[in-house]
Design a protein around this ligand. Structure first.
Ligand code: SF4
Length: 91
């Protein structure tokens, strides 16, 4: 395999900034736009989890489910514009 040229420091910093933008992290932000500042998917009513075995997987019901890791959703991703606060559980 041929050697790849090293990236400049400016290019590395740019790539790191890109990787941290909401659009780069959460595919729904690319589709629907950014959600309210400071909100994350964890408290959104569209986030759900299932547990086929010992491990729990999170999904967003607004994304296509691939039944695989491609549609796994991170609870700490920045929210998209379809964010809706999950109703609190009251007894
Ligand atoms: S904010 Fe809600 S609708 Fe948007 S990606 Fe997160 S879980 Fe899905």
């Amino acid at each position: 395999m041929p050697d790849q040229p090293a990236l400049s420091l400016e290019m590395q910093a740019w790539l790191e900034r890109q990787a941290k933008t909401p659009e780069a992290l959460n595919p729904c932000v690319r589709l629907f736009g950014r959600g309210p500042d400071g909100t994350i998917c964890k408290t959104c009513r569209h986030l759900f989890s299932h547990r086929p075995g010992k491990k729990r997987f999170y999904k967003c019901d607004l994304r296509e489910c691939t039944n695989g890791p491609g549609s796994d959703h991170r609870v700490r991703w920045p929210a998209c514009a379809k964010y809706e606060l999950k109703p609190s559980r009251t007894k």
